[in-house]
Design a binder for this molecule. Sequence first.
Ligand SMILES: Cc1ncc(COP(=O)(O)O)c(C=O)c1O
Length: 402
Amino acid sequence: MSYGARLAETMSRRLGRECVYTPSARLALYLALRRWCAPGARVLMSPVNDDVILFVVLAAGLRPVQAPVSVWDGNIDPAAIPESTWRNVDAVLTTNLYGIPDRVVELRRRCDELGIPLFEDAAHAIGTRVDGQPIGTFGKAAAFSLSKHAASTAGGFLAVENAGARRELETLRDELLAPRRLRDDLTATLRPLARSTVRTLHLVRPVWRTLQRLGLLERDAYRMPLHRPRLSARGLEPPSLDAYEPWVRVDLHGFRSRHGALVRAQLELRMAALDTNLTKRSAGVAHLSETPWASPVLRDRMPVGDAPLPLFRAPLLVRDRDTLITRLIRHGVVTGYVYDPPLDDYAGPEFVEPSPSPEAARWFASHVLPGDPLLAQKLTKALTSEQTTPALPTPTPAPTQS
Ligand SMILES: Cc1ncc(COP(=O)(O)O)c(C=O)c1O
């Protein structure tokens, strides 16, 4: 039986695709990029994404090409991609940011016409469907993360089209897995428990502040420090995960650890509770969609006549977002998953190809407040008491562009 086979089978049943278990989504994505892209290939992606993903693309020896995005959700806007860009990319990577689906049908069609692979970053989108079809089944391969909906600090999957690809990727994964370390296993097992205890005891605020004071948070801004000269030097080496490990491991040092049976048993329990979690998220999204801060995508990109999507976060659009994030801590609400500035502004043209029209990404990245649907009531109360003003881009695009 291959490593993590039981977990992979559970995910396979959910998705209807062959799955490979990985200790993280970032490792899953790296496997896919190495398998299907030759070094030097150009990958079209949204600049509103986790910086870790940028470093995964660089570690695979690829050039990240930043796409124009929708101002309402930060996902790639296929209609705004110039033909000259399409002619010069070798693959497309979606984000499904916060669980809002990318325009996958259009992207898939275009990728098929060009004969290039579509990869899906489904880390935020484990319960998201488009016309009934799960996100993660539209492309050549899709990466899922269990540290998001399932609230663990380990685990991920790479979903692929057939058993042949699965076996091949299992072998590649096994070559990249780092030997098991008890410390990583303990961290992966205990950290989610510690996190829920903090929540339950209403200790979010003091604990978060203490972590910040002790320097235990790896970032003091939304983006990690780039360490430009070191990063330039890595670009001269052959592609490898080892060369980029200091960047790729941020927020999840065990991202390539071969976790033991204890961690995997805990993940099985979390997978078993996933549907309950998704139902609660869907209810939270319904609540947040009715607030004045809701991005129009919370109406426009939801299934018609069905329950709202069980999003990882609901995009709310607010004025003075950064001040608000600090003030929300007083209400016990810690906001994560803010990807500001966009990757082209953050890394510059040495490391990424800038978007031909960066304005929408800049506006969305600086105004979005990713609201946790599981905290919908508390968050709404806090936003109301802070007299939060909704934000709208100027000029405001027509709804068809959403
Ligand atoms: C959009 C996105 N993709 C991928 C990842 C990586 O997931 P993991 O932490 O499981 O490697 C993250 C992590 O936050 C993310 O936000």
